[in-house]
Design a protein around this ligand. Structure first.
Ligand code: C2R
Length: 189
């Protein structure tokens, strides 16, 4: 497991395989989404959140998608993260079959730049929410963080790790500010 960029090292680095049941179910419409979705999986690992990842499609495997969402809560999942591109119905279908929070990530597309994925994920009719994040890697990153924040409502240690992560973000921005001022000063010399 790679050491996270912004998260301090974990206290209990695990040498043993992780046998904890997954609490986040990550689903993506195709393995072609993985290059973008890897970021989501990495952030979940950085925060030591047990997850499972599967390819599922509302269009291509409707029965499996139905079964996955309708049994998710009973299987112990607490949040579903669903990524899909194009006519992206996966997150909406997940949300329609469970009351677990569903976070939708619109995948970038070659033809419409991911606007198609964004609109079809975000424009849910009233009654069945999908918490939609940004298109692409920023969205994949933030989906994992949002899942962590939801889980942290009942997990104090995770909450501390999120606070440490934010502190590190602030520190990095302060560094950027110093660098900016140095560059501006140099360009005036
Ligand atoms: P392929 O690369 O397999 O042709 O998939 C996937 O998420 C992917 O971005 C192309 C794109 O199709 C998307 N896909 C959906 C759904 N299933 C697959 N949008 C769905 O059920 O919404």
């Amino acid at each position: 497991m790679s050491q996270p960029k912004n998260v301090p090292p974990r206290v209990d680095e695990r040498a043993e395989p992780d046998v904890r049941p997954p609490v986040v179910g990550v689903v993506m419409g195709s393995d072609s989404d993985l290059p973008v979705m890897q970021r989501c999986l990495d952030v979940l690992e950085d925060f030591d959140i047990p997850y499972e990842a599967n390819v599922l499609s509302a269009h291509r495997t409707p029965e499996r998608a139905h079964e996955y969402a309708s049994t998710a809560r009973l299987r112990g999942l607490r949040v579903i993260v669903a990524a899909a591109g194009g006519a992206a119905h996966l997150a909406g279908v997940m949300a329609s079959l469970t009351t677990l929070p569903v976070i939708g990530i619109p995948m970038p597309t070659a033809s419409l730049g991911g606007a198609d994925s964004l609109y079809s994920t975000v424009q849910m009719p009233a009654g069945v929410p999908v918490a939609t994040v940004a298109i692409g890697e920023a969205g994949a990153n933030n989906a994992a963080l949002l899942a962590a924040q939801i889980l942290a409502l009942n997990d104090e240690e995770l909450q501390h790790r999120l606070q440490a992560y934010r502190a590190e973000l602030r520190r990095k921005v302060a560094e950027k500010n110093v660098r900016l001022h140095q560059r501006l000063a140099e360009s005036r010399e």
